[in-house]
Ligand binder design. Structure first.
Ligand code: DGL
Length: 268
């Protein structure tokens, strides 16, 4: 089983920020990524639709015989919470790993959470933080425009539009004196620099992709399914919209050009 792939999915390209971290932490693992690029964004959709999409995405990865599934999507992790109980393989979303890292990081007990509208409405990160430590004060803000900006390549910390958007969404958090901010959507690390410039270097940003990659490594180890091979693993990418569209922006999320084959699939 250990040589089977890890399956990762997201509504679009954001989950590639988790893949980038997975490759760093587990270079020997094979990874199959599915980005539902034809149906992104999930964050503004109904609970019912998000659950249906999450099920279809997981089924696709199961058809590839993966050994572990990662929902590298804050929205799916927050809303389709029953998914993990229905899968024949171990599963993790991003909420528990990320909330745990934030609880460990805060010094003043004030944590901010930003995510899509569905994520913030679910209070998923907030509930998990308070379950771990009920003395922490939590501030939440949905930032739906961040996803559109990032998917369209508006990501530079020098871009006045990006700066204005960050200020608009985060000014209350700044006034409230948070010292830790959860980037509760896997698209958000791409504009981490702009966020950090606005909030100041003393505010720790918690990247859900990175924390989930570390958590997945522990899961593989505890299930005894780590790939022990000495050779580097491979990545395969699948998308539900055009391959060209994916190639255009995927490199920004992955931190390198995509040289692997990318395959279009029909997910419905
Ligand atoms: N990557 C998704 C998440 O982490 C955000 C994009 C969407 O709304 O689908 O929530």
């Amino acid at each position: 089983m250990s040589e089977q792939s890890i399956g990762v999915f997201d509504s679009g390209l954001g989950g590639l920020t988790a893949v980038k971290e997975l490759i760093k932490v587990l270079p020997q693992e094979n990874i199959i990524y599915f980005g539902d690029t034809a149906r992104v964004p999930y964050g503004s959709r109904s609970e019912e639709t998000i659950k249906k999409y999450a099920r279809q995405d997981a089924n696709f990865l199961l058809s590839k015989n993966v050994k572990l599934i990662i929902a590298a999507c804050g929205t799916v992790s927050s809303v389709a919470t029953e998914l993990k109980d229905t899968l024949p393989v171990p599963f993790t979303g991003v909420v528990i790993p990320t909330a745990t890292a934030a609880v460990n990081a805060t010094r003043n007990g004030k944590i901010g959470i930003i995510g899509t509208s569905a994520t913030v409405k679910s209070c998923s990160y907030k509930k998990e933080i308070l379950r771990q430590n009920d003395r922490i004060t939590v501030f939440q803000q949905d930032c739906p425009l961040f996803v559109n900006f990032v998917e369209n390549g508006f990501i530079s910390e020098d871009d006045p539009l990006v700066q204005l958007m960050v200020e608009r969404y985060l000014s209350d958090m700044k006034k409230n004196g948070i010292d830790t901010l959860i980037l509760g959507c896997t698209h958000f690390p791409i504009i981490a620099k702009a966020i950090s410039n606005y909030l100041g270097g003393h505010v720790r940003l918690i990247d859900s992709g990175k924390e989930t990659a570390l958590y997945a490594a522990n899961m593989l180890s505890s299930h005894n399914i780590l790939n022990q091979s000495n050779t580097l693993g491979s990545c395969s990418f699948y998308v539900s919209d055009t391959v060209d569209g994916f190639m255009h922006t995927a490199g920004i999320f992955l931190g390198r050009n995509v040289s692997e084959e990318v395959t279009h699939i029909t997910i419905e």
